[in-house]
Ligand binder design. Structure first.
Ligand SMILES: NC(=O)C1=CN([C@@H]2O[C@H](COP(=O)(O)OP(=O)(O)OC[C@H]3O[C@@H](n4cnc5c(N)ncnc54)[C@H](O)[C@@H]3O)[C@@H](O)[C@H]2O)C=CC1
Ligand SMILES: O=C(O)C(=O)Cc1ccc(O)cc1
Length: 367
């Protein structure tokens, strides 16, 4: 008999997991359930799932794998509702939520009923939402954190990893509290900061409309994540409150230090502040996937002249190199602009690099 997978919340992450499972387990029957029926229908139409369920209860009791892929507060609710159902004894329940400590605490109700719950968090994604943005390769090379409790048998953990093999992610086992501290530093605090910078710009733009015109380039790059789903981030902040409160205190302290640097205006201190940050950032791994946009990028200097973009794309098309994205990062009058070309594979990026160099373009692999 075909094994059945139920995905509750068929959005960006639920949809991407469904695609990855289908790739590795083509015989599995994947059922989607989503509060947003239109989104669920879209997922079925795009063959991301095999069927859209009207209620999750009737499907949950016959599923071998249940994946909770809704916002983290909803994950908690679903854990309680699942605990009241006669689930298959061998079924595995997992989630993809961005926080782990509270979810693992709540999952005790499932364990008390003899069910197997293994917390999970694929550390890749995007500011985009919904099934329409789901990608089979979203998690390739990304870290996929799992938080099994000590009573989970190794066999069950391996079974879950096997279900998720098609993600081609690197599985890492962590304690939920450590997970929340680490993701607080690298993901949750940066989201709060990005939103706060955008709000500061908005308040200045109310006084001077030129602020809005000029909020491009670097500003857009560092605030991309502020375009993420507000409901998802509201829930994440509620769940990771204690880590975030201590991280915000550290950030305020850092801003006091920055203020002193600016006040004192000491050349060496200012230089060292930026140089230390650059050194550390440049040393971070560039290949690790963290977002849909972070594919294999190539940067090309181009003169701001008419037809330049079609010239570049024609050269690549002639070499049969496929582009996944193209964006002008900066285009000022009479000076160089920078074109960011994104490719799906390292090989395509290398081919494009060779092709453009042969045609006298200046290119960069990292910026
Ligand atoms: N967006 C990202 O980059 C990442 C998100 N996550 C986590 O994945 C989860 C899902 O996020 P996304 O897929 O990005 O969001 P999404 O907004 O694309 O999808 C979530 C889906 O869940 C549905 N939903 C909400 N409440 C529901 C309920 N009670 N029952 C059934 N469906 C419900 C929504 O209608 C929506 O279609 C969240 O817990 C998030 O923290 C984890 C890694 C990355
Ligand atoms: O868009 C981005 O770069 C992200 O930060 C994606 C993301 C969002 C939430 C997560 O829990 C993990 C990754």
């Amino acid at each position: 008999m075909d094994r059945r997978v139920l995905i509750i919340g068929v959005g960006l992450i639920g949809g991407s997991i469904a695609l990855a499972i289908k790739k590795e387990h083509p015989d599995a029957y994947i059922i989607g359930y989503d509060l947003n029926e239109e989104n669920c229908r879209l997922a079925a139409k795009m063959n991301i799932i095999d069927m859209c369920a009207d209620s999750f209860e009737s499907e949950a009791i016959s599923s071998d794998l249940i994946i909770l892929a809704c916002p983290v507060e909803e994950v908690e609710q679903k854990i309680y509702q699942l605990a009241d159902l006669p689930l298959k004894p061998e079924a595995i329940i997992t989630d993809v939520g961005s926080t782990k400590a509270k979810i693992m605490q709540k999952s005790a109700v499932l364990r008390e009923k003899g069910a197997v719950f293994i917390g999970g968090h694929p550390m890749a994604g995007s500011h985009k939402s919904g099934a329409g943005s789901a990608r089979e390769h979203l998690f390739e090379n990304a870290f996929y954190i799992l938080t099994p409790t000590s009573d989970i048998e190794e066999k069950k953990l391996s079974e879950l990893k096997n279900w998720l093999k098609g993600t081609e992610a690197n599985f890492v086992v962590m304690e939920p509290e450590e997970h929340d501290m680490v993701t607080g530093v690298v993901s949750h605090l940066p989201h709060l900061i990005a939103a706060s910078i955008v709000r500061q710009v908005e308040s200045h733009a109310g006084e001077n409309e030129r602020v809005r015109w000029l909020a491009a380039g670097g500003f857009r790059d560092i605030t991309r994540i502020a375009s993420s789903s507000p409901a998802m981030w509201r829930d994440i902040v509620k769940h990771n409150q204690s880590s975030l409160l201590s991280l915000i205190d550290e950030w305020i302290e850092e801003m006091h230090f920055v203020k002193t640097l600016v006040q004192e205006s000491d050349e060496n201190n200012l230089y060292n502040y930026f140089s230390d940050a650059k050194k550390y950032r440049d040393s971070l791994p560039v290949r690790a996937r963290g977002a849909i946009d972070a594919f294999y990028d190539l940067y090309v200097d181009v003169l701001d002249t008419p037809g330049i973009i079609s010239h570049v794309t024609t050269l690549l098309a002639e070499e049969r190199i496929s582009l996944t994205n193209i964006r002008i990062l900066e285009a000022r009058e009479d000076v160089f602009g920078v074109l960011r070309l994104s490719f799906q594979t390292e090989e395509d990026r290398e081919k494009a690099n060779d092709c453009l160099k042969q045609n006298d373009f200046e290119t960069y692999l990292n910026m």
